[in-house]
Write a protein that binds this ligand. Structure first.
Ligand code: PEP
Length: 255
């Protein structure tokens, strides 16, 4: 089964509108629209999304996503942003359950599951982040944690819905630390995640769902990771803040 790799830039709380415009003018110089066979996504902070849309000027070769979304439709939820608002400004993707949201905002699998359902109902593609902490890995709990994140986070979804979403496997100890999972360890985790998807949602969903790797991906390690059979792209933080390094990672996935 061939799956189109997806490379997404998670800018986190970096890049205001002006910086984003400068990034995009450098990024355009990389001529990545000619780089076929890889889906490219930029995930800016909410307030930067309109500036990114404007700078893309209708260019369809890069999708835009948001870093989070509310589990409610509208109303008295101060500070929240709804799926309809994201769709209205042209977002196609939304990251949900990032480990920083789990860690600093207490997000649980059950809560994230509600956001995934809202995203799917609005036609957005969820990028559902999962991954173990170092303590969990060292305690031998890797598979238990990944299984619960897949089963609880995707509970109640149809096989077709799961086939169309993106899972980002991001070992928490590898995010922003410069430590990357070895290609062997990452492939093993991805294969396990796919096997759990298969048990619950069937072979077709398991074959189609794309599983990105995230955690200190950079141009130097991208090719080796992207060559693994169950790794279908990357969610990139730090290395996606510079147009040239983000472009190099995209090229590594396209080969
Ligand atoms: C992330 O935030 O999703 C991430 C993977 O960050 P970094 O690439 O900086 O480790």
């Amino acid at each position: 089964m061939s799956r189109t790799p997806i490379i997404a830039a998670n800018w986190k709380m970096n890049m205001g509108p002006q910086e984003a415009k400068e990034f995009l003018s450098a990024f355009k110089e990389e001529k990545l629209c000619e780089c076929k066979g890889v889906e490219k996504v930029i995930v800016p902070p909410f307030v930067t999304i309109p500036a990114v849309m404007e700078a893309l000027n209708g260019c369809q070769c890069i999708g835009v996503g948001a870093q989070d979304v509310s589990d409610h439709d509208n109303g008295a939820f101060t500070g929240e942003i709804s799926t309809a608002m994201l769709s209205e400004i042209g977002c196609k993707y939304v990251v949900v359950g990032h480990s920083e949201r789990r860690q600093y905002h207490g997000e649980t699998n059950t809560y994230i599951n509600k956001k995934i359902k809202k995203a799917l109902a609005a036609g957005l593609v969820p990028i559902y982040c999962i991954g173990e902490t170092l303590a969990q890995r060292e305690a031998g709990e890797l598979e238990k944690i990944l299984r619960s994140q897949v089963e609880e986070g995707l509970a109640g979804l149809s096989d077709e819905q799961v086939a169309g979403l993106v899972i980002a496997y991001e070992p928490v100890w590898a995010i922003g630390t410069g430590k990357t999972a070895s290609a062997t360890d990452a492939q093993a985790a991805h294969a396990f995640i796919r096997s759990v998807v298969k048990e619950t949602f069937g072979t077709d969903a398991a074959d189609k769902v794309r599983i990105q790797y995230g955690g200190s991906v950079k141009p130097a390690n991208a090719s080796e990771l992207m060559a693994c059979p169950d790794i279908d792209g990357a969610l990139v933080g730090g290395a996606a803040l510079k147009a040239a390094s983000f472009a190099a990672i995209i090229r590594a996935a396209a080969i």
